[in-house]
Design a protein around this ligand. Structure first.
Ligand code: ZN
Length: 302
């Protein structure tokens, strides 16, 4: 069977990575476009796909893994539309307006769900029935992939804003979230760490007490993810997780919090195989976007 072509978009706050790929994931053409006003960025994106399609053939589906907040409910009239994003000009922008002229089905999901799907497909989540991928960077978010599909409710999950137990004597920092103060993102995302201590964990030399404090917060999410989703594996990526010693501390603290309550083959002693770093690095996003495009192909065929 001839390979159909997928247009894939990994849309980030600073750049769009766009690619034309075959169904099997082979990338035929790839480009980067800076994230400016939507009119300019969407035009550059559409121009790329028009040129790539003229060369390689018609595009059968689009997969988009995007920054947000964005409507990812296929049943919603606003599907694919940016909602309350603080990024100037982007609220109300809609992917279908830019790509509709290609006449191909479009699947839109979040950047975190895209990366989760990419890790499930080709990274640290391979072979898992259920995998939870969390990014701890400028923000915090989790994508839960079950049998090759990112889970959602009426909208995408917002694990970064779950409430967190904080010992005010040990950590007097009131938190950095404009909505909740000391939610997880307000305590453990990159901007919260820099606001509290002036620098990133890595730049501070990853002192043990600070690493333990941040790990304690991330482990509260890890524990909740285990209890709520029973994933086969937890993946933690993003800039903050690059701090030396942090993933090890998250394993220790998660094991302590679980208290031996969950007995399962998936949870190895020490959790070294259960709580892991990503396998794909920077490739996770575009790999996931291609997988979303494959999902759009499947839905078109169904
Ligand atoms: Zn919050």
């Amino acid at each position: 069977m001839a390979q159909r072509l997928i247009g894939a978009v990994e849309a980030g706050g600073t750049k769009f990575v766009i690619a034309l790929a075959r169904e099997d994931g082979t990338v035929l053409a790839q480009a980067r476009v800076p994230t400016e006003a939507p009119a300019a960025t969407f035009r550059a994106m559409a121009d790329f796909f028009a040129a790539a399609s003229a060369r390689h053939g018609p595009i059968a589906a689009f997969g988009i893994a995007s920054f947000g907040p964005i409507d990812i409910d296929p049943a919603s009239p606003a599907y694919g539309t940016f909602t309350t994003t603080p990024k100037p000009g982007w609220s109300g922008a809609r992917y279908q307006d830019a790509l509709g002229r290609f006449g191909a089905p479009i699947v839109v999901d979040t950047d975190v769900n895209g990366a989760a799907l990419g890790e499930w497909q080709a990274g640290a989540g391979q072979g898992c029935t259920t995998v939870a991928y969390t990014t701890v960077g400028t923000g915090i978010g989790t994508g839960v992939v079950h049998e090759g599909r990112p889970l959602m409710g009426f909208s995408h999950y917002e694990s970064g804003h779950i409430p967190i137990a904080r010992d005010g004597l040990r950590d007097p920092f009131p938190g950095h979230c404009p909505y909740h103060g000391d939610c997880l993102e307000g305590l453990a995302a990159g901007p919260a760490i820099e606001k509290r201590w002036g620098q990133s964990l890595s730049a501070l030399g990853s002192p043990a007490d600070k690493v333990e404090l941040i790990a304690g917060y991330i482990a509260q999410l890890a524990t909740s993810l285990v209890l709520l989703h029973m994933p086969d594996r937890l993946i933690f990526g993003g800039g903050v997780m690059k701090a030396p010693g942090l993933i090890e501390a998250v394993r220790r603290e998660t094991a302590r919090r679980l208290g031996g309550y969950i007995q399962a083959a998936q949870l190895d002693a020490g959790l070294a195989h259960y709580i892991v770093l990503p396998g794909l690095g920077d490739e996770a996003g575009i790999t996931g976007a291609i997988a979303l495009g494959r999902q759009a192909l499947g839905e078109a065929a169904a």
